[in-house]
Design a protein around this ligand. Structure first.
Ligand code: ADE
Length: 245
């Protein structure tokens, strides 16, 4: 499942024996990659859209594992555009049922942070580190692209990701989130919803995000350029490598 149509195209290009089904405005593409049966879909944007898509994958397509890829805005100042973050936990930064519950706690689950599957996460980190080796990046992108996006030595990180129904495009938003949830590496709009549905249906899941912008005043410019030129290659490479391990 991907948060960008461009990423989906890259993954669909790896598939054989494909067939399509439209459900609730989404195109679910079933087929194989190597010897694995897969379903690939663009989630649309935001937590509700992501939750609908995961629930459909579970009920209509009988998935047994969920892999999510997409882009995110950096919150931790150590992260740079082009870095990869593999989530260990996800949190809804806009969940707030105070004074009934603690801030960020998901009603009836009694938890704010939800953990990803440990072995899928380890595998994703291993293949992402290999993708980011300099030689592989030079095979995938031109020297001009690497320079334009400042992809000099991108690195892979593991840690907490925050999700909510907001695009972060101002420095104040980034600073406020850092103060509210110190330790969060990056922000996006779907991962924690995927985590909640998978948790409630007991489906192991993985969330991989590439940093497209720094969740600041420049985000609205960096984000579309990164999507157009870089991100689709990342997802297809990571997924292919994970499936052939
Ligand atoms: N996904 C990618 N960049 C983002 C940002 N700045 N805010 C929210 N979601 C994002």
């Amino acid at each position: 499942m991907g948060a960008m149509p461009e990423e989906i195209d890259g993954v669909v290009a790896l598939m054989t024996e494909t067939s399509q089904r439209i459900e609730g405005k989404r195109k679910y593409i079933s087929g194989r990659i190597g010897d694995r049966e897969v379903v690939v879909v663009f989630s649309r944007w935001g937590k509700v859209a992501a939750a609908i898509t995961v629930t459909t994958l579970i009920h209509q397509f009988g998935i047994t594992e969920l892999w999510f890829t997409g882009v995110a805005g950096a919150i931790d100042p150590l992260l740079k555009i082009g870095d990869i973050v593999v989530a260990t936990r996800l949190i809804q930064h806009d969940m707030d049922a105070r004074p009934l519950l603690a801030q960020h706690e998901i009603p009836l689950l009694g938890q704010a942070y939800l953990e990803t599957d440990a072995s899928l996460t380890r595998l994703a980190v291993e293949v992402s580190r290999r993708l980011l080796e300099e030689q592989r990046l030079h095979e995938l992108f031109t020297a001009h692209q690497l320079q334009a996006f400042g992809l000099e030595h991108p690195t892979c990180h593991m840690g907490d990701i925050a999700s909510g129904d907001q695009f972060f495009s101002r420095d104040e938003q980034r600073i406020a989130l850092q103060e509210k949830l110190p330790g969060v590496l990056c922000v996006e709009m779907e991962g924690a919803a995927v985590a909640q549905v998978c948790r409630e249906y007991e489906i192991p899941f993985l969330v991989i995000r590439t940093i497209s912008d720094e969740a600041n005043d420049h985000a609205a410019i960096d984000f579309p350029a990164f999507i157009r030129e870089i991100s689709s290659n990342y997802s297809a490479e990571i997924i292919q490598a994970m499936l052939t391990k």
